[in-house]
Design a protein around this ligand. Structure first.
Ligand SMILES: [Zn+2]
Length: 501
């Protein structure tokens, strides 16, 4: 499995990937100055895993600027309250600071003293990438990570796998959005690079039919099979106003524009050869090669106050393989449970659901019939009785999900056969076949006169700690614990005796 994923990786970024198109723009060589976001090593060479660089600054993170923690994002692990976080600016970095919808990388910084510092995330502050590092002892961290010190900044194996997944999904999103825009004139309002392995999605102004989705998938994959090249053009941001960025109701800037808080002075455009040009600060693969796109063939409609939009979910690269593997495992597990081959699973599930419906109907019919029999048995016993008030307790063992429903059916059947002038007070109880101290047994009191029913319920509450209540001639309650013949049954008999005398 791992080997299959590794073969997907192109190993080297071609020199033509990163192109500086304005003659005055230079990558700062002065190691006393940080390279601005837009020209970072992770953006110039997205396949680079390690870089020797130097520290520009290292400060203790102030609570106000502490990185925001979003749920479910691996990169945003929270430091324990007593563990200080350091904010480090390096001359250059292979760790991508979050931007363009792409989450921050995780990584490591290695110092000359042989220590490895974990970078939990990097954020863009104005034009600079700030690395957040956990330090055991603040003083200790500040001593090892002093400005001017040479360090190695790197993506570990897992950090790189995570980044590779982000690049695969991000480049695929550009391709998908471009195809939707060019072929169907559907604009992408926003997109979400969800935490792996969930599918990512683009949010669109309208929903799409399955035929449209399949056509767009084929269209996008044509470019993938051709192995279209991807490259980046950078230039200085001129004084001309930048194209307005569409803004969602949430206030979030979306689409093809430059974030309003971006002050890096670098304009970066990601180009998929012959397909798309989009301003973006993210890291992108140098080619669409092996980036086969799979789109979940249905849109999910979203309704918000005045607008309606739809989400289209997609997968590519290693995430697609993970998705196929887990989907296949789920299908195989379902086939094993159903004792059939995987292609037969949908039909077999249909059959099982039909059989289940028929079985439920039969259980209902049989319960109805049985309720009449139980009611008739009670009436047979009551008929010759000369008591002014006939009392009787019937206990049942029943593993039904709704045992009270069955007891209620018995009382209804009984009410249908009993002559109006006869007086009675019946208590039905029902326990599951296997009981523990937390098992629930249900009780139903049914009488000809409500003046007997409520006192019987009150006595059950007091003597058996039953929780319950009722109205008119019916009272129901629940008993928690093990119902025993010689114990709880005896108490019910006492209750009936107390009411009848
Ligand atoms: Zn982008």
């Amino acid at each position: 499995m791992a080997a299959a994923v590794i073969t997907l990786y192109p190993t080297v970024t071609p020199p033509s990937y990163h192109r500086i198109v304005s003659p005055t723009l230079k990558i700062p060589a002065d190691t006393q100055r940080p390279i601005p976001v837009g020209l970072l090593a992770c953006q110039r060479d997205p396949l680079l895993r390690e870089l020797e660089t130097s520290i520009i600054s290292c400060t203790i993170s102030q609570p106000a600027s502490f990185p925001s923690v979003k749920k479910g994002k691996k990169a945003s692990a929270t430091a324990p309250a007593d563990q200080p976080t350091l904010e480090i600016i390096l001359h250059d970095t292979v760790i991508f600071p979050e931007g363009g919808g792409q989450p921050s990388d995780t990584g490591i910084i290695k110092t000359a003293d042989g220590r490895t510092w974990t970078v939990t995330q990097a954020k863009r502050h104005g034009g600079h990438a700030v690395h957040y590092v956990w330090a055991d002892q603040t003083e200790d961290g500040l001593a090892s990570l002093t400005p001017g010190t040479n360090v190695i900044v790197a993506l570990g194996e897992l950090d790189f796998d995570r980044r590779y997944d982000h690049m695969s999904m991000h480049t695929s999103q550009h391709l998908l959005s471009a195809v939707l825009e060019n072929r169907l004139n559907i604009h992408t309002l926003s997109w979400s690079l969800t935490a792996a392995p969930a599918p990512c999605y683009v949010e669109l102004a309208r929903s799409m039919t399955t035929e449209e989705i399949l056509a767009m998938q084929s269209e996008a994959n044509k470019f993938v099979f051709e192995g279209r090249k991807v490259h980046v053009e950078v230039q200085e941001m001129d004084d001309k106003p930048q194209p307005a960025v569409p803004v969602l109701e949430s206030g979030r800037a979306v689409g093809k524009g430059v974030p309003t808080d971006y002050t890096g002075g670098i304009m970066r455009t990601v180009i998929i050869d012959g397909v798309d040009r989009s301003p973006c600060c993210g890291t992108h693969l140098p080619t669409l090669h092996n980036l086969q796109l799979f789109i979940i063939p249905q849109t999910e409609s979203l309704s918000r106050s005045a607008t309606t939009s739809a989400r289209l979910y997609f997968l590519a690269g290693p995430r697609l393989i993970t998705y196929l593997t887990s989907t296949h495992s789920q299908l195989t597990a379902a086939a094993t449970t159903l004792s059939c081959g995987t292609p037969q699973v949908p039909d077999r599930i249909g059959q099982v659901v039909d059989e289940r419906k028929r079985a439920e109907k039969r259980v209902d019919d049989l319960e109805f019939e049985l309720a009449k029999h139980v009611a008739r048995d009670v009436w047979q016993e009551m008929m010759p009785s000369e008591s002014v008030l006939f009392v009787k307790h019937v206990h049942r063992t029943d593993d039904s999900v709704n045992p009270l429903g069955f007891l209620s059916a018995i009382t209804t059947a009984f009410a249908n056969i009993i002559p109006a002038e006869r007086s009675f007070l019946l208590i039905f109880s029902s326990s599951p076949s296997s009981q523990t101290s937390s098992s629930a047994s249900v009780l139903l009191v049914f009488g000809s006169d409500e003046k007997d029913v409520k006192p019987a319920g009150d006595l059950l509450k007091g003597k058996l700690n039953v929780k319950g209540g009722g109205k008119g001639t019916r009272w129901s309650g629940k008993f928690i614990g093990v119902w025993r013949e010689g114990r709880e049954d005896a108490v019910v008999s006492e209750v009936l005796t107390a009411i009848s005398t």
